[in-house]
Design a protein around this ligand. Structure first.
Ligand SMILES: [Zn+2]
Ligand SMILES: [Zn+2]
Length: 293
C-alpha cells in the first residue's frame, strides 16, 4: 500500500468513527439516533457497520456530517473458533455475501472491493487471533490499533498485531475506533481524516492511502521526516515515541509534572519505517501511520 502522509497534504481534518453498531444488529439505538449522537459530539464522518447488514443511510447525513454505509462481517478463521471480524466501509445498502461469508475470507474481501468498498481488520487481539491466523488476508486497507469496546474486556489494544504486520512488510495504516453498541462505549477512539472535502469519495481515498491518524485523546499537529530527521509536534503530552521496525526507535519523556509538545530525532540507519506515538498524562494515546524510509 502506498501511504500518503496526511501532515503534508492540503485539506482539513475531519473526525471519524468507522466502526459502529445500531439496532440493525446488536446496538441499542436505531441508525438515526446513533447518527444524531455522533453529529452532536462533533464528529464529521460516521460509518454504520452492523454485523452482516448494511443500513439505508439516506437522510442521516447533516451539515458538515457524513454517514456512510458499511458492515462488519465474520468469515471463518483457520485455527480458531472465533471467526474473523472484518469491517467493510463504502458498500451500498443491500450489499451482502449470500453463501460466501462463512467459508472464504479472501473471497469476501474481494466481493467488498467489487462492490466499491474497502475492508480493515477489526480487533485481532480481542479475537485471540495470532499473526499466522490473519496474515493470509489480502487487500486489507488497515488494522484496528485501538477498539474501546474491546477495552471493556481488557483488550482494547492491537498495536502488537500492527507491528507484526509492518515488520513483515505489510505496510498498513491503523485505526482507532469505538465500535459503539450504544451507551457509555462511545467517543473513546477515532481517526482524523485529512481530506479536501467531506464526500464519500474523499473518505475512500483517505482510507486507501492511510491519509489520517488515530487518537483516543491527544492531537498530533505535524509529523514528517526532513533531511534525515523525524519530527513530530502535538498537544501537551507526557511521552513521545518514534517506533521503527522490531527493536528500533527513540523516546522523549517529559520531566515529572511537566509536558512536552514536540520531539525530533535522526532516523536510524537500520530503520525501515518510522511512526510516532504520543501519550498524555491521562494515558490517552495518538498514533500516526508509518512513513516508509
Ligand atoms: Zn467485532
Ligand atoms: Zn463491531
Amino acid at each position: 500500500m502506498n501511504l500518503r502522509n496526511p501532515f503534508t497534504r492540503p485539506g482539513r481534518w475531519y473526525k471519524a468513527n468507522l466502526h459502529t453498531h445500531t439496532t440493525t444488529s446488536d446496538g441499542l439505538q436505531n441508525p438515526s439516533e446513533v447518527a444524531e449522537a455522533y453529529h452532536k459530539a462533533g464528529y464529521h464522518v460516521l460509518a454504520l457497520t452492523d454485523h452482516h447488514k448494511t443500513n439505508d443511510v439516506r437522510g442521516l447525513s447533516g451539515k458538515n456530517f457524513l454517514v456512510i454505509s458499511g458492515l462488519e462481517y465474520h468469515p471463518h478463521c483457520n485455527g480458531s473458533r472465533e471467526p474473523h471480524h472484518l469491517v467493510a466501509i463504502g458498500v451500498p445498502y443491500g450489499f451482502g455475501f449470500d453463501r460466501l461469508e462463512p467459508a472464504d475470507a479472501n473471497a469476501c474481501i474481494a466481493a467488498v472491493k467489487a462492490g466499491g468498498g474497502v475492508t480493515f481488520l477489526a480487533h485481532p487481539l480481542w479475537c485471540g487471533h495470532r499473526y499466522d491466523m490473519y496474515s493470509y488476508l489480502r487487500d486489507l486497507v488497515g488494522v484496528e490499533v485501538y477498539n474501546s469496546t474491546c477495552g471493556r474486556r481488557g483488550r482494547p489494544d492491537s498495536e502488537a498485531d500492527w507491528c507484526h504486520l509492518l515488520d513483515a512488510g505489510r505496510i498498513l495504516p491503523a485505526l482507532a475506533v469505538d465500535d459503539s453498541h450504544g451507551g457509555d462505549d462511545r467517543f473513546d477512539g477515532w481517526v482524523w481524516l485529512r481530506m479536501g472535502s467531506l464526500t464519500l469519495r474523499s473518505v475512500m481515498s483517505a482510507l486507501l492511502s492511510g491519509c489520517y491518524y488515530s487518537s483516543t485523546g491527544p492531537k498530533i499537529h505535524d509529523f514528517r521526516v526532513r533531511r534525515g530527521v523525524a519530527e513530530v509536534s502535538c498537544s501537551p503530552v507526557r511521552c513521545i515515541y518514534f517506533s521503527a521496525h522490531s527493536c528500533f526507535g527513540e523516546r522523549r519523556q517529559a520531566e515529572p509534572g511537566r509536558s512536552i509538545r514536540k520531539f525530533s530525532a535522526p532516523v536510524g540507519e537500520k530503520w525501515r519505517y518510522v511512526r510516532a506515538i504520543v501519550v498524555d498524562h491521562a494515558g490517552k494515546k495518538a498514533w500516526t501511520n508509518p512513513i516508509i524510509l
